[in-house]
Design a protein around this ligand. Structure first.
Ligand SMILES: NC(=O)c1ccc[n+]([C@@H]2O[C@H](COP(=O)([O-])OP(=O)(O)OC[C@H]3O[C@@H](n4cnc5c(N)ncnc54)[C@H](OP(=O)(O)O)[C@@H]3O)[C@@H](O)[C@H]2O)c1
Length: 371
């Protein structure tokens, strides 16, 4: 089933890493079996997108490509094998593409082609272009339906607010992977960045008590305030990273039993001791979701002696997205600026938008394109 599509659209094309982006008018992608064409309403920008595209972060992908990550879109046309999605429907457009005949062949749209021959082939030959464009073609299974009536008319979210899902889903994937339960105490570290802040929001929505770690007392106070405003009954504590491993472990343990840790350490902080402190503070049988970049953060005495589970996690599973949307539609997250205060940019302001995304980070902050 198709609806009339315009012949051309505008897309942000990266010709080479050294040339940067330019806005091109290009033929619109057409629906093929297994795909949907989306009218992109909001396209998320992550804090290190600039580093990915200028080569500072050594992520591997072929050029030229249309940039991007995840998006919120409206279905504009569908491949002939779509059985559930409908034209006009609002969807979350997920950036994690998996091989249909082998889901281990996985890559992140327009960011990283992954490590395997199959994912590289899929990226290069089939799903090359991302969502920083007016239209994009994506796999059918990457389009997650959103109940627009409930979310927008009922709960009052704007479409640009819904884009914050792209941040919240990532920690949700980690927290669900280590089976965090309501009432448990979770350390989020560091918590003052984009994904860490989102991790605090998700852990609170799951009914956990959160201990947020960060190196800046002012940012921690703002984070506490943000959580209390959005969820007045939330249980949120903070610990400043002092740089002394034992001091920080003691500061965490002062809050009592700690069940789990969610880690979002960026490469720049890989030498920081906060994760070692958090793991050392765990109870026997504690779990750690390692979503950032650090080496094994504990002695074997601690890991073996206390039955600690360390689980690496890349993004989330497809089922996690559906479960997350249920939480959002049930109203388990705050509304308005306590949910997200989003800044949006037109495609032509791509440089300013990426600079802004690198600076405007933390709980309830998001930068996106409105193509
Ligand atoms: N596993 C996955 O699927 C997945 C998905 C997305 C991202 N990630 C990883 O998550 C990382 C965080 O991304 P983000 O967007 O949240 O980054 P971000 O917004 O830039 O936040 C970075 C965080 O790290 C802290 N930090 C920076 N340098 C530090 C240091 N030397 N010592 C202690 N803390 C330090 C920052 O503290 P201040 O606020 O004090 O500056 C802030 O809390 C990324 O680098 C990425 O590698 C993983």
């Amino acid at each position: 089933m198709t609806s009339p599509l315009p012949p051309h659209h505008r897309a942000l094309v990266l010709s080479t890493r050294s040339s940067g982006f330019s806005l091109h008018t290009v033929p619109i992608p057409l629906p093929t079996p297994g795909s949907a064409v989306l009218r992109i309403l909001q396209a998320g920008i992550i804090s290190y997108h600039r580093e990915v595209y200028d080569g500072t972060r050594p992520y591997s992908f072929p050029t030229p490509l249309v940039g991007g990550s995840s998006a919120i879109g409206r279905v504009a046309a569908l491949g002939p094998d779509a059985v559930s999605l409908t034209v006009g429907q609002l969807v979350f457009v997920d950036c994690v593409v998996r091989g249909r005949d082998d889901p281990r062949e996985l890559f992140l749209t327009a960011i990283s082609e992954g490590a395997r021959a199959g994912s590289k082939k899929l990226f290069r030959d089939v799903w090359r272009d991302g969502v920083w464009a007016e239209y994009a073609r994506m796999p059918l299974e990457n389009c997650v339906p959103l109940d627009e009536e409930r979310l927008c008319a009922g709960l009052g979210y704007e479409i640009k607010d819904l884009m914050y899902m792209c941040h919240l889903l990532v920690p949700y994937g980690g927290l669900r992977d280590i089976r965090v339960e309501p009432g448990e105490t979770v350390v989020v570290a560091p918590a003052t960045g984009g994904y860490g802040g989102a991790g605090v929001q998700v852990a609170v929505a799951l009914g956990a008590r959160v201990i947020a770690m960060g190196r800046d007392e002012g940012k921690l106070a703002a984070l506490r305030e943000h959580v209390k405003m959005g969820t007045p009954g939330a249980s949120i504590e903070t610990v400043r990273i002092s740089g002394d491993e034992k001091t920080d472990t003691a500061a965490l343990q002062a809050f009592g039993t700690i069940d789990a840790v969610l880690d979002f350490t960026p490469p720049a902080a890989s030498k920081s001791t906060h994760l070692k402190s958090a793991v050392a503070a765990l109870r026997r049988g504690g779990r750690v979701s390692m979503m950032g970049f650090v080496d094994v953060p504990a002695s074997s005495w601690k890991l073996v002696g206390d039955n600690i589970t360390l689980k690496g996690k890349l993004m989330y599973e497809r089922e996690d997205m559906f479960q997350f949307v249920k939480m959002l539609e049930r109203g388990l997250f705050p509304k308005g600026e306590e949910f997200v205060d989003a800044k949006t940019f037109p495609l032509e302001d791509w440089k300013e938008a990426m600079d802004s995304a690198a600076e405007y980070t933390g709980i309830g902050k998001l930068v996106s394109f409105a193509p």
